[in-house]
Write a protein that binds this ligand. Structure first.
Ligand code: FES
Ligand SMILES: [Fe+2]
Length: 453
């Protein structure tokens, strides 16, 4: 598929996409190279590999990589692929080691990726193997942002903070509420969903519109429900307060550099009905610290969904952070982490873990609602005719604005598809092989155009 054909698949100015972007095998191969080979990909949380020799086994796109803490405290990211015949070197999910030894013929690598020893080296290679040339392939760029470790294969990519742009402001609201930062609580939930990675990433980027309908049954169970006032005192007898978003009240959608977020304003920490109990009480108690660090708007932003392009998503309140690892055009492997403030007491971390799993674990009531949609759309796309249509992505077209209340970036009302349009524009810019300078310029031009429209 050439660049003109790729450009014809997305019209971010008029709000249409062609379904081939979710189903075409050739495009998927190109994505592995041009999206997953060039963007900053989340790999692990610092708290998962605190000591030298600690490692976490994960993926960049479909490429298996090891994230390894070095003796000097730095982090290196290397292909989990033996240089001899390509065997997967390490099969453990995580752990601590002095070396990685290949299970096929026994080549052993130091934690910095250098090839350390080769069985029968003298007899088999007769002194002719230059071990210094056969170390593990390393990601040239590794950076952390407030506890999250990312890597990038592309030496020409902008640094991580530039890549994040205004998204850093939103990410801070998740990671920087309290002194000491965050940590991962419990293990990583992993499961497969039969859908294209962009359905999941785009929904978390942009789609608040699905919530009142897709999650209607969960809303009926959980709200209206007796709630507390912002100061924690109970509402009067029989008084109830529905969550702001269920009432369709005002909120904000943000779009920038392919990233996106949508959230509602509420002065009531309990308005995020998915959490409740000890978790709500904790957010209420720690609100003053969060406000002092982040300001009122971000401190109050307890409910909202977010995607950092391409595949890192998170939800405030339920504290779920997830990566949509691509597994072919019609499949993803979902990896889900529960994130808690390090300073939270153990019983709060335990409560967070439970409320997180209840809503967004593999059998979570909201998780199930969401993935059902993506699976069904993907199934429909097996049809020939189904793949010839245009999808409508026009919500809120022309109503984008820049706010003056400190919320950065291009914004719209919560029920909009601005962030989806920005997400697919960034996808096209990457997929047509532009340089990073061209990509950043195209992103800025897109932002100006949607504001001027
Ligand atoms: S494939 Fe690893 S030692 Fe042969
Ligand atoms: Fe949802």
């Amino acid at each position: 598929m050439d660049d003109d054909q790729i450009r014809s698949l997305v019209d971010s100015r008029n709000g249409t996409v062609k379904p081939a972007i979710y189903s075409d095998a050739q495009l998927y191969e190109l994505e592995l190279e041009r999206v997953f080979g060039r963007t900053w990909l989340f790999l692990a949380h610092e708290s998962q590999i605190p000591k030298p020799g600690d490692f976490f086994n994960t993926f960049m796109g479909e490429d298996p990589v090891l994230v390894v803490r070095q003796k000097d405290g730095s982090v290196q990211v290397m292909m989990n692929q033996c240089r001899h015949r390509g065997m997967k070197l390490c099969h453990a999910d995580s752990g601590n080691t002095k070396a990685f030894t290949c299970p096929y013929h026994g080549w052993a690598y130091q934690v910095d990726g250098a090839l350390q020893s080769v069985p029968l080296e003298k007899e088999a290679y007769r002194g002719k193997l230059d071990k210094s040339k056969w170390g593990l392939i390393k990601a040239p760029r590794v950076e952390s942002y407030k506890g999250l470790i990312f890597a990038n294969w592309d030496e020409s990519a902008p640094d991580l903070v530039t890549y994040l742009g205004d998204m850093a402001w939103y990410l801070d609201g998740f990671l920087d509420r309290r002194e000491g930062g965050t940590e991962v609580v419990g293990g990583v939930h992993k499961w497969m969903i039969d859908c294209n990675w962009k359905f999941a990433a785009e929904q978390f980027c942009s789609d608040q519109y699905h919530a009142p309908y897709t999650h209607a049954s969960a809303i009926q169970v959980l709200a209206p429900t007796p709630q507390n006032k912002p100061d924690g005192s109970p509402l009067g007898d029989g008084q109830t307060e529905r969550p702001a978003w269920a009432n369709g009240l005002g909120g904000v959608q943000f779009a920038g550099k392919g990233h996106g977020s949508a959230f509602f304003f509420t002065e009531n920490a309990d308005a995020n009905v998915w959490v409740g109990g000890e978790v709500s009480a904790y957010f209420r108690e720690t609100y003053p610290e969060a406000e002092a660090r982040l300001g009122k708007v971000r401190a109050l932003r307890l409910a909202g969904h977010n995607t950092m392009f391409p595949t890192l998503s998170w939800l405030n309140g339920t504290q779920t952070l997830r990566v949509w690892h691509p597994r072919g055009p019609g499949r993803i492997e979902v990896w889900v982490f529960c994130i808690a403030d390090k300073a939270a007491p153990p019983e709060v971390k335990e409560a967070l873990k439970k409320s997180h799993a209840r809503a967004f674990g593999p059998a979570g009531f909201l998780e199930q609602d969401d993935s059902e949609n993506w699976i069904e759309v993907q199934k429909v796309l097996r049809g020939h005719k189904a793949r010839q249509t245009d999808f409508c992505m026009q919500m809120g077209l022309g109503f984008e604005e820049r706010r003056e209340d400190g919320i950065p970036g291009i914004t719209n009302g919560t029920f909009a598809e601005t962030a989806a349009r920005g997400f697919y524009q960034r996808w096209v810019d990457l997929m047509t092989g532009k340089s990073w300078n061209e990509i950043e310029a195209a992103g800025a031009a897109w932002e100006q155009e949607v504001i001027d429209a």
